[in-house]
Design a protein around this ligand. Structure first.
Ligand code: FRU
Length: 529
């Protein structure tokens, strides 16, 4: 009895110790299978892994495959930053536009989700915005489950081909599950074209003072403001810009928002322009002024650019981020976006930037700086004070090696000549620097590698220094095929692409005369993929 009891106990023991073994085996098999699926998903038929191709941005969002242009529908809701984007899933060149979709908890790491909006009988899904309809003004959700509403342009290519004027109209879609799935509104379009050939890119925000929605719409060579109590019926308020700003091309993707400036509210109107940018092609200009719910008024007479480089376009800001204003642009230019030498995917977004106002000589300017969340991918920084530079200083000799992507911060006691050279063993290079005689920042990519895929790509680009302060500071975000320069705490910004034949591996700091760099910081950045 005792024995059998013992045996039973034993066999139970054996049995119970068998369970974990079987379980472990099963879990192991399951993990192995998942791993194999993941590996096969992350590799194409040639075995090359996704997100690690030669020119693939490592710290910028790009779609896993195929074409993207403008960021769209950027909205923050329940802890997630939604990023929709102009997307053509059929190829790596522009085509019938969809809204692709990605989400992030921290603005840095992105997860691509299924396509949010597909073309329909009204046309392609062009650029637009998204809002949280907190008070359910649209009636598309409920008080307890407010809808997210996307407002976009329906672009009808058939009507356009037939030379009709009204081929662009504004439509909406809504989501009742926090932006994961979308339904088109049954009575689209909600704003009909009055006969203007370019009538697109609605950016909508809640104007709390009058409890109404305001839409900023690009209407050919100006912006038109509309308002609505319910997102479905829109009233024209006013026009701005026919006699202001740069007009080298068509106005696109506008955005209007308030920023705090020493306790006062200032209004910033962003207007994208293509072509006619300061360094050819596409670029983003801005106006600082006042908005009373009906009219935008500014005393600004000169043209100002959010980013002077050629590769930041169609940028707008996230909705519903409180007092923070976060800007994201498309990191390309319509001059060559369809020809840049990547095939599996084409184009990416800029690094997200936080906007603020900085005064120079009593005049308010818009400044952009990388969002502080960048710290999430920062590896151990290397810093030094009072570093002497004469001729060229190979950063790797100080830091024991450099890697891309990385962050580089340089401050000088005087706004003197200085350049940063990224290069490879083939002698291909990008030179980024400051020219004190011309009071200009510059980026020279004429000998950067592949440049002949389009005639305008090989360029020496410049940007005025806006700051008048004696000392100068530079922050560079360097990725596999891009550099973003933030001069003087973001008063002058330049974004540029490059495509070396073999990866850059060297960073040099150069100066014609002997200079002392007050503070030098090099920070390797971790890939987000
Ligand atoms: C800007 C733009 C928008 C338009 C979209 C089409 O880059 O031309 O005006 O909505 O791209 O993809």
């Amino acid at each position: 009895m005792e024995r059998s009891w013992l045996l039973e106990m034993k066999s139970n023991r054996v049995f119970s110790s068998l369970i974990p073994i079987q379980l472990v085996m099963r879990v192991f098999r399951f993990l192995l299978l998942t791993l194999m699926v993941l590996i096969s998903l992350s590799r194409d038929t040639n075995g090359q892994s996704f997100y690690h191709e030669q020119y693939r941005p490592q710290i910028h969002f790009s779609p896993r495959e195929h074409w993207t242009n403008d960021p769209n529908g950027m909205v923050y809701y329940k802890g997630l930053y939604h990023l929709f984007f102009q997307y053509y899933p059929g190829s790596s060149v522009w085509g019938p536009m969809h809204w692709g979709h990605a989400v992030s908890k921290d603005l840095i790491h992105w997860k691509q989700l299924p396509i949010a909006l597909y073309p329909d009988s009204l046309g392609f899904i062009f650029s637009g915005s998204a809002v949280v309809d907190t008070h359910n003004t649209s009636g598309l959700g409920s008080a307890s489950n407010p809808p997210l509403v996307a407002i976009f342009t329906s672009h009808d290519p058939k009507k356009q081909r037939a030379h009709a004027l009204d081929y662009e109209n504004e439509s909406i879609a809504y989501s009742l599950d926090g932006g994961m799935t979308w339904k088109k509104y049954a009575h689209n379009p909600v704003l009909k074209n009055p006969g203007i050939t370019d009538f697109r890119d609605p950016k909508v925000f809640w104007f709390a003072a009058e409890k109404k929605w305001v839409m900023t719409l690009a209407t050919r060579d100006r912006v038109t403001f509309y308002s609505s109590k319910n997102l479905t019926q829109w009233k024209r308020e006013s026009d701005f810009g026919a006699d202001r700003g740069a007009h080298g091309g068509v106005w696109e993707c506008p955005d209007l928002f308030a920023l705090q400036d020493h306790g006062k509210t200032v209004w910033v109107l962003i207007v994208n322009l293509n072509p006619g940018g300061p360094n050819k092609g596409s670029a983003t200009q801005y106006f600082i002024g006042h908005f009373d719910g009906h009219h935008f008024i500014t005393s600004q007479t000169e043209t100002r650019w959010v980013d002077y480089g050629p590769d930041d376009y169609a940028g707008v800001t996230w909705n519903h981020t409180g007092s923070r204003k976060i800007f994201l642009g498309w990191m390309s230019n319509w001059l060559y976006a369809n020809q840049v030498p990547t095939t599996r995917w084409r184009n990416a977004m800029t690094f997200p930037r936080e906007l603020s106002i900085i005064h120079v000589g009593g005049v308010p300017y818009l400044a952009s700086t990388p969002v502080p969340e960048i710290r999430l991918i920062e590896e151990k920084p290397w810093t030094a004070s009072r570093v002497e530079v004469s001729g060229g200083l190979d950063l790797a000799t100080l830091t024991a090696g450099v890697q891309f992507p990385c962050l580089l911060k340089i401050s000088l006691e005087q706004a003197a000549d200085l350049s940063v050279v990224l290069s490879n063993s083939k002698g291909e290079k990008v030179v980024i620097g400051y020219d004190p005689a011309a009071k200009q920042y510059f980026i020279d990519r004429r000998n950067s590698g592949k440049t002949d895929f389009q005639k305008d790509f090989s360029s020496l680009d410049t940007a005025p220094r806006i700051s008048t302060s004696k000392d100068l500071s530079l922050t560079l975000i360097i990725d596999k095929s891009s550099v973003e320069l933030f001069g003087d705490k973001g008063l002058t910004v330049m974004t540029e692409l490059f495509f070396p034949n073999t990866p850059y591996e060297k960073i040099e700091i150069k100066s014609e005369e002997k200079r002392v760099v007050r503070q030098l910081e090099y920070v390797p950045l971790k890939s987000i993929w």
